[in-house]
Design a protein. Structure first.
Length: 382
């Protein structure tokens, strides 16, 4: 069997092809990487509204009377006490503090939770959870292959998603959905989950639906988003969008060789919690001094420093780039880099294809996210 035939295809595969998408293998799926082009799609999300097929993400449902305490004892952020309908961003670590995955945990009910993980990590994450499941009080169900996921992102996303509220008879709930919140709803007798998180830095929503509902939903959004010039967006623009607001990407800023304290997501680590996997290692690392830190770099000219490019200070290697591109919004070549905490930041250079280019530290995030207040409000560029 060929590698291509082994790829999982979302229910929109044919639609993507018929509408000019360039398809690529990604985390075991065949996914659209771009349609009109990265720059055009990036601008659509920043200025209007874009539609993403992100069905490749993992959806793991955890239920049971002991689920809350059990989850809290596994991940770095606080799960205990999370209100129903709220969402928390967290990391799952190994015993040495290395990041196995970053994820969102939804509290959907008193004893019902949804863990949303990265596509590439779904199988090991499910196995890891199963290996630590207690004998009673916790059930785990991986429904990733049964569910589809659509993200609607951009300043006009509220208007587009608001059209769906009538279908679920939840107009007030949709309008009042706050950042990092979710709601359950019933559409045509089927259970959907609607949430507000986003991975672009723009006001946005996620719609979790059964596979059979994906194509009708997608076409409904395209049709009713016409007055807002809604467009489908590929994975390439999703990456440039998250990069500008410095949202971490597993395999780049995050890995098993990197701790949350090094990777810039220490705010999602609650060391005062009594227990979570990797806690002792992270306490020790903090006490000894976190050895690396994530910084932002502006590169001279239009040279792009990709992942792995060496960063130097005074001619000495101090770290490497984790992500880098030419920012479509800010019109600058930028990079995120993991560097030694003890190194200076003077006389900085980055090495690209054997040549060295000057660079300097800039504040991160490069672009401030527009997610909490008025979705159409202006925001400051750093």
């Amino acid at each position: 069997m060929s590698e291509q035939s082994e790829l999982t295809r979302t229910p929109l595969n044919r639609w993507h092809r018929e509408h000019g998408a360039r398809m690529v293998p990604f985390a075991g799926y065949e996914m659209p990487v771009q349609y009109r082009g990265v720059l055009a799609e990036h601008a659509t999300v920043r200025e209007r509204v874009g539609l993403f097929d992100i069905t490749h993400m993992g959806e793991i449902f955890v239920t049971g009377s002991a689920a809350e305490t059990w989850l809290d004892g596994l991940v770095t952020n606080r799960v205990t006490g999370l209100a129903e309908g709220k969402i928390v961003y967290t990391a799952l670590c190994n015993e040495t503090g290395g990041i196995l995955d970053d994820m969102l945990i939804y509290r959907l009910g008193a004893a019902r939770w949804l863990v949303v993980c990265n596509a590439a990590n779904r199988v090991p994450v499910v196995a890891w959870l199963q290996s630590r499941r207690p004998v009673a009080g916790v059930s785990i169900e991986d429904r990733s292959l049964e569910m589809s996921l659509v993200a609607v992102q951009g300043p006009y996303s509220r208007a587009v998603v608001g059209r769906l509220a009538a279908l679920a008879d939840r107009q007030d709930d949709f309008n009042e959905l706050r950042f990092y919140s979710a709601l359950n709803c019933t559409v045509d007798g089927e259970q959907w989950i609607v949430s507000r998180t986003g991975y672009t830095g723009e006001h946005g929503y996620e719609l979790y639906v059964p596979n059979a509902a994906l194509l009708p939903l997608w076409e409904e959004l395209i049709t009713h988003g016409g007055d807002r010039q809604i467009e489908p967006i590929g994975l390439a623009a999703r990456d440039t969008l998250r990069f500008e607001v410095c949202y971490s990407l597993y395999g780049h800023e995050l890995s098993e060789q990197t701790t949350p304290l090094e990777a810039g997501i220490g705010w999602a680590v609650k060391l005062k919690k009594q227990q979570f996997v990797g806690r002792e290692a992270l306490i020790a690392q903090k006490a000894a001094g976190v050895p690396r830190r994530l910084i932002g770099l502006a590169i001279e000219g239009r040279t792009i420093a990709r992942q792995g490019a060496v960063v130097l200070s005074g001619g000495e290697v101090i770290g490497a780039v984790t992500s880098g591109t030419f920012s479509p919004t800010l019109k600058r070549s930028l990079a995120l880099a993991l560097v030694s905490s003890t190194s200076g930041v003077d006389d900085l250079e980055v090495e690209v294809r054997g040549r060295r280019f000057g660079c300097h530290v800039v504040t991160i995030p490069f672009l401030s996210a527009r997610v909490k207040g008025d979705p159409e409000a202006e925001r400051t560029l750093s």
